[in-house]
Design a protein around this ligand. Sequence first.
Ligand code: GLU
Length: 483
Amino acid sequence: MTADVTAGRAADRAVRTRIAPSPTGFLHLGTARTALYSWAYARHHGGQFVLRIEDTDVARSTQDSARQILDSMHWLGLDYDEGPVYQMQRLARYHAVAEQMLAAGSAYRCWCTPEELDAMREGQRARGEKTRYDGRWRPAPGKVLPPVPAGVQPVVRFANPLHGAVGWDDLVKGPISIGNDEIDDLIILRPAPEGAPQGTLGVPTYNFAVVVDDWDMAITHVFRGDEHINNTPWQINIFHALGAPLPRFGHCPVILGDDGQKLSKRRGAVSVTAYEEAGYLPEAMLNYLARLGWSHGDDELFTRDQLVQWFDGSHLSRSPAQWDPAKLAWVNAHHMKRADDARLALLTQQQLGRRGVAVDDLERLTRAVALFKDRSATVVELAEAVAMLFAPATPGDEDLAAHVTPAVQPALRELRTQLQATPWTQADIAAALKAVLAAHRLKMPQLAPALRVLVCGRVQTPSIDAVLALFPRAVVLARLQAV
Ligand code: GLU
């Protein structure tokens, strides 16, 4: 007998999704992507999206990590309707459910010590068997349980069904089913602390707390990484034991790094906030992450609203996606072009601040951003491009020697004189340039590189008259003084 998939039941309820990160590190890209799918699915269906912080791994959970996760969600614009709900604040609820299960016989206490469990596995390995809990504390009619040892705090285990199969129709992977004889009795509550009074219940494990929460929060659809696929049969069995309606599950394949290996802390996996620092825009990150593992026809570039409109849980990819920094930069460059100049100016101001370049004149920065954003893939590149307007430019000796040659120096000197008097607009600067070129029988490609090197400290810039107009006149005159 395959356990009921109850897809219909999930479909009958108002859509509620959640993301449930563990605060044991930063919000990594895989979790950000499943958060994005969960959020988009809820928004697409006019449902609700819940943020839950799974902090029952007390030794590894930190407040700092929880705060970083909230910051990342905020940056990506993944607004949630409920939460953050912290699991450690719900211990009483897990204990109440565990008590009910103990009373109903779907859970039982197990006093095995870690040494006993090691010996159990050792024996199984030696006999060539699969290692698993052997059910020695599982009550059964007529069975005599071992004597309760003194000084050992028991765990609580789920009495997994012994027969039949458990299955579900995965939103990503299709139908999955596994025999219950493959699954052992999962620990649902860890031991109470040493010395706690008898009967004290411990902290829940992930697989138990997740079910109680998904049930209490009326979650209808769970998107998560496929590293959890092996946990789902246990969770479904616990849902059944509780008489709780099942959500639908969608397990997304891992994200691979450039080297084809799973992204990990050691292999290129960085936090979502690191991309903010590196000058990526949240809408670009959202676009890139969503597309990594999901498709809508041939669309590569889309907005947040289009994602919400299109994301109905179909077309999720079954095969692992590969992280492609070059494509992310391309997607970001597209969103940079579309971004509002005033907003980009503020982001650029922050990036310049990090480089020790203080900018007070936001109006001038906004004009600069408008001119340079089309050729910058990230806000960091944009900041680097416009820094010369607000901080000294440092031309390289080679560039000076190559471009500021005796052939153009007289023209540069005359231009400097002209620029002292000309009205400070792009058109007037262009007219002054034209006049000087004519008088010295030079062409723009001869003079412009010299001007760029002296004023901007580099050979490449957008149209030189537009760039010069962004500087205060006094700065241009001072930088041309060197000729
Ligand atoms: N805390 C789990 C994780 O971060 C949540 C898994 C789930 O969504 O059920 O992987």
